[in-house]
Ligand binder design. Sequence first.
Ligand code: MCU
Length: 432
Amino acid sequence: VAVAALATAGAATVVARTTTAEAAADVPAAAVPLAAGVEDEGADCAVTLPGSLTANSRLPDPFTRLNGTRISSRSDWRCRRAEIRELAERYVYGDKPAKPASVTGTVSSSGITVNVSHNGRSSSFSASVSLPSGTGPFPAVVVLGGFGADTAAIRAAGAAVINYDPYAVGREGTPRNNKQGAFYSIYGSSSSTGLLMAWAWGVSRIIDVIEQAGGNILRPDATGVTGCSRFGKGAFVIGAFDQRIALTMPIESGSAGVPIFRGIPGEGAQSLSSAYGEQPWLGDAFGSFTSNPNSLPVDTHEVVAMFAPRGLFIMDNPHITNLGPRSASVAALGGAEVYQALGVGGNITYWSDIQDGNHCANRAEWRTPLQQNIQKFLLKTGNAAGAMRISSRASGNLADWRTWQTPTLSDGPTTPPTTPPTNPPTTPPTTP
Ligand code: MCU
């Protein structure tokens, strides 16, 4: 789909990928399950990780399987996604364990408690809840940290806010060999899983509890997540790794968040070694790649793709190079190719066309798209098409980063290989 320049507003060139024709071609929101009923719907896919890695200065092809073949139908995406998930766990974020043996807890109009036990170890954490006005049950947005996210706009749109303290589940300020928090109490302080994935595990356990509570206060099928800066990194990983999350809204996530790892050094964003070393956000395995991201078999455009067809609204700041906004736009454009191939190009938005350059400022420009995304993916009362509103201050060019092209995927399952010809070849093979 061609990228069409629609308008120029001050210093920011606004480009929108979604034309009327494309929006019409998208499957209507009501016809598509916008979130899966399970945390990982590809859990049954057999994935064999590569034995060795090949350096590639361009972005890996999201449509090519680990065995070198390309997917050809939309239904092939489920198990290709599972491959990307495994790669991202092994090389970037660390393992996210499946649901523990026991998860219990409570949901009230003011809070959620979570109790987990597994293999003889247990831990607990809680989160406060602020309901919107009106009559429930309500959708809910998990908000990480107390800044950046427009909680007033979220509640005004009709969603509850779940105030999640990620540090209760994965603390900052610890060395990698002594990680702390509810996740590490269960899986060990020397777990190689980084904080972002520990935070993701915690939100998945909150959703487990919401599911078990019966849905009188909070709807189990309408959860979103958001946060700014380090909590934007968190929101991105939380949403990617739980397919029950219908809407994810990372804000100004920076290095270790949305920006492609391969683009960060050239753009002059926070270096990979700085982000890796500042806090154990990424998994321990990422330490081998901080000076050679070209050897990573996966990049964040494929993490973006893991969200498809679910709602993804990426907010970014083109005024701060340290955040890697150019590299973030490339991640969004690359991942959007998968959304488009699946016929849901209107379900992703990237928005860096903003005037106020302060990090994690509350911005009027994002209020309308934020509420439209909540209406479309959580309340299911709207169907506004997403858009790429990339500021010309920091716009990357996907063509510079890829050699692959986006396939036209067929609707149904892949046709099995045709049966071999029944007639023997007319010319017998010549003997040497
Ligand atoms: C953009 O997110 C981080 C950044 O990666 C860190 O280097 C800096 O210390 O903190 C930022 C942040 O979380 O700001 C609130």
